[in-house]
Design a protein around this ligand. Structure first.
Ligand SMILES: Nc1nc2c(ncn2[C@@H]2O[C@H](COP(=O)(O)OP(=O)(O)OP(=O)(O)O)[C@@H](O)[C@H]2O)c(=O)[nH]1
Ligand SMILES: [Mg+2]
Length: 465
């Protein structure tokens, strides 16, 4: 067994309000980390967070207060009385830190410098929209005096006002040639990986450790994505299999109940997805998602919602109060709809269906049968995939809404529904909307897996085209 070494200490430093705390949230996937606001001087103290793999702490990240008055601090350091011997950067900073000014006027800056001096390296976060003002040059000059490797992180690079070339030039003049572009609101897919790769350029001895973290993160991405598709597939199978018999007198109420239960079922999926991606539904960051207070704003059964997403409201089906629901007449325990799906999708009676058919026969003759129609499945599928996309593509610091419209959605809008959904139509016992405990048989699990896989594959193809 290899001996565990102390975690790598990284300080996140920079001017106030440039997104240091946001970067920490993104890297730790901890939406609760620190406080973020559009006002400067939000972070007042150094705060640490650990990144662990298999229980071993690999990295300690330290958030620090922002630099506010670098020009004055630089002047102060420069006018410190000369000593007999010439002092190097860290020695000079130590003299400053021992002075009373480090406890008064420059208290915030002193906290930052102490932390960087104690760390192995630092991320220097930059608001790339800002011109390279004297205060930033002085800030950089002071920070480089710590003698620690600094990796500049260009934030806000997605802004039209960004001034990346000017920043690159000034950084190069200070000997800072490695740099990463990392918009914490919309980080590139491989943003984290590039961040750690670039860090290993300036911290060569830490390469194996950083590589381990990169690999761990990549695995986590895949594990999470797989779990997400399974959640969506389970929702769709659940809803597709839903089948309720009602007396004609209670039709209206039954439709209402069905609407309510399907809405609730969708919400359960939304919440599971948010949890999987460590978003909190009441969190400010969740405003970057296409949700309102953690739920879809547009009602699932409002025809306008379907229209908005370009889904045709099921032909021939009752509109209005019964939007999104199929109503069928039950004769001899078998509705026409059921007979059709059994014939078309399953190609034979199964044990499950036989039980179901027997149960209905005679007892509920002449009753109506409610199902959730295809347009609702389409809508559910599109919405959940939109949410997943938003969850995957955005950092935890995201604070703006997104929009998208993909060929994949087009397929869900108009294409044929996936086979597992057709199959599920014939297995009412699979649905948690029919019974508290859906039948957890092997076939159900297999169909859910199959659907999850095809969702993942479609997504992959859509990304590549
Ligand atoms: N558009 C955009 N906004 C960002 C980005 N990063 C941070 N922000 C916003 O910038 C503001 C400041 O972010 P913080 O993370 O609090 O910045 P900070 O550097 O920790 O600030 P202090 O603690 O006050 O020094 C917040 O309103 C963030 O939502 C980014 O990459 N793009
Ligand atoms: Mg902060």
């Amino acid at each position: 067994m290899s001996e565990q070494s102390a975690p790598l200490k990284l300080a996140v430093v920079g001017h106030t309000n440039v997104g240091k705390t946001s970067l920490l949230r993104t890297l730790t996937r901890d939406v609760g980390f620190g406080a973020i606001s559009h006002r400067p001087s939000t972070t007042q103290h150094v705060e640490g967070a650990r990144l662990s793999v298999d229980g071993e702490a690999l990295i300690e990240l330290y958030d620090t207060p922002g630099f506010e008055d670098a020009v004055a601090l630089y002047e102060y350091i420069e006018q410190l009385p000369k000593t007999a011997e010439r002092l190097d950067g860290p020695e000079l900073l130590q003299r400053f830190l021992n002075s009373s000014e480090a406890r008064q006027r420059f208290e915030q800056e002193a906290k930052v410098l102490r932390q960087l001096l104690q760390s192995d390296a630092g991320f220097y976060v930059i608001d790339a929209r800002e011109p390279v003002l004297a205060k930033y040059r002085d800030e950089l000059a002071i920070l480089t005096m710590c003698g620690k490797p600094l990796l500049p992180v260009l934030n806000f690079v997605n802004s039209t006002e960004q001034r990346e070339p000017a920043w690159r030039e000034v950084l190069a003049r200070l000997g800072l040639h490695a740099l990463v572009r990392f918009d914490t609101i919309a980080p590139p897919q491989d943003g984290e990986q590039r961040l750690y790769e670039n860090l290993s350029l300036v911290l060569d001895s830490q390469r194996p450790r950083l590589q381990r973290l990169i690999e761990h993160n990549q695995t986590q991405v895949l594990v999470r994505r797989k779990a997400a598709y399974r959640l969506i597939a389970e929702l769709l199978v659940d809803v597709s299999a839903c089948r309720r018999s009602v007396h004609p007198d209670q039709l209206e109420e039954a439709i209402q109940n069905l609407h309510r239960d399907v809405r609730q079922r969708e919400q359960t999926c939304v919440e599971a997805l948010l949890k999987l991606y460590a978003f909190r539904k009441d969190d400010a960051q969740a405003s970057a998602l296409p949700l309102e207070e953690g739920r879809w704003g547009d009602d699932l059964f409002n025809p306008a919602t379907m229209k908005q997403l370009g889904i045709k409201v099921g032909g021939g089906m009752a509109a209005g109060a019964a939007t999104g629901v199929g109503i069928d007449l039950l004769t001899g325990g078998l509705s026409l709809g059921m007979a059709t799906v059994v014939g078309a999708a399953v190609g034979g009676l199964t044990q499950t269906f036989r039980n179901y058919g027997e149960r209905l026969k005679g007892k509920w003759r002449g009753e109506r049968e409610l199902t959730v129609n295809d347009s609702t499945l389409r809508l559910l599928a599109i919405r959940q995939q939109r949410l997943l996309n938003a969850l995957e593509q955005r950092g935890h610091a995201a604070q703006a809404r997104i929009q998208m419209d993909t060929p994949l959605e087009q397929q869900w809008r108009e294409g044929e529904l996936a086979q597992p959904l057709k199959t599920a139509r014939a297995y009412p016992a699979w649905s948690s909307l029919n019974a508290k405990k859906p039948q957890q048989d092997l076939q159900r699990t297999e169909e859910i897996e199959r659907l999850a896989d095809s969702l993942a594959k479609q997504q992959l193809i859509a990304e590549q085209s």
